[in-house]
Design a protein. Structure first.
Length: 304
């Protein structure tokens, strides 16, 4: 099998069919995916689901009509608590997962088994300017792709077909969608989706866009556009953590530093550590909140 060469890694490729109103997207994340999985040891089943969700986020974010980000989350009540992937209009993405790390996970556990009962799918659109929009629906389907297709059918009411794949080296996806306000022959749509379903996970993970499209649609006139580079990027910063501490308030932050000596915040996505000691938090609040917390604690002890 031909595999993706280095210069085809981490690319999003758009294409359209000339003889029917369908557009498509192909993405393969390699170095980006390695950047994500190298920072945390994910169980195989959870890593597989997170890879598929990350590829899906990049596919869906490519249709953003504004500067900003798209965040997709899968939340469950079972061993797997949350999968979240964020992709931006600037061509960046990040992802992480939370689960019961004490649980014994089988590598072949299905997504349904991992999530348990009462799961939800959440999509958030976050423009750089303006208010965020969020949609929440119950999970329906036994895979990330099926859940997304069900969501798209409810929200956009456009025929959409998604194939996703992930392993320890790659996260990849292929999306077909009927163009809005245009009619399509049912047989044409069924033919295209049936062809995409012949693509194996191994092929989707390992082949570049040109090879995938030729293998599937060599009898269909397909117009392919210049690919776009996708990169890993995390939007966390010390400034954002400072804003979070300000929201918590001087009293709570002062008490925490007085007791522990410092506050440490770790980013779930990139695992950057942000440490704030007494000097940092006093400067942040413009007063000696640590001293005040210690004095308050001493006074309470005396009163008791």
């Amino acid at each position: 099998m031909e595999t993706i060469s280095g210069n085809h890694h981490d690319q999003l490729t758009r294409f359209v069919f000339d003889q029917c109103p369908v557009r498509g997207l192909h993405v393969n994340l390699t170095q980006v995916w390695q950047h994500i999985v190298d920072r945390k040891t994910y169980p195989v089943a959870i890593r597989h689901a997170l890879g598929e969700l990350t590829a899906a986020a990049v596919l869906l974010a490519s249709n953003l009509k504004f500067e900003g980000s798209l965040i997709v989350q899968v939340q469950g009540q079972g061993i797997l608590k949350m999968l979240v992937a964020e992709a931006t209009s600037a061509g960046t993405c990040r992802a992480t997962a939370r689960w019961n790390e004490e649980a014994d996970l089988d590598a072949h556990m299905s997504l349904t088994e991992l999530l348990g009962e009462g799961g939800v799918f959440v999509m958030t659109l976050q423009p750089l300017q303006g208010e965020a929009w969020q949609g929440i629906v119950e999970l329906t389907g036994d895979s990330i792709a099926r859940m997304l297709m069900n969501y798209m059918a409810q929200s956009e009411q456009l025929d959409t077909h998604i194939e996703l794949a992930s392993d320890e080296h790659h996260a990849a996806g292929l999306l077909l969608q009927r163009l809005p306000s245009q009619d399509i022959e049912p047989n044409d749509w069924q033919t295209l989706t049936a062809l995409t379903e012949t693509l194996s996970s191994e092929e989707l993970n390992q082949l570049d866009a040109a090879t995938v499209l030729y293998r599937l649609f060599h009898e269909q006139p397909v117009r392919v556009f210049e690919p776009r580079r996708i990169e890993f990027a995390c939007s966390c910063s010390r400034g954002k953590v400072s804003d979070m501490l300000l929201l918590l308030g001087a009293k709570e932050v002062g008490e925490a530093v007085a007791e522990e000596g410092s506050i440490e915040v770790n980013c779930d996505f990139c695992h950057e550590r942000y440490v704030f000691d007494d000097t940092d938090v006093n400067t942040l609040f413009g007063q000696d909140v640590v001293k005040l917390a210690k004095e308050t604690a001493t006074e309470e002890i005396r009163n008791h």
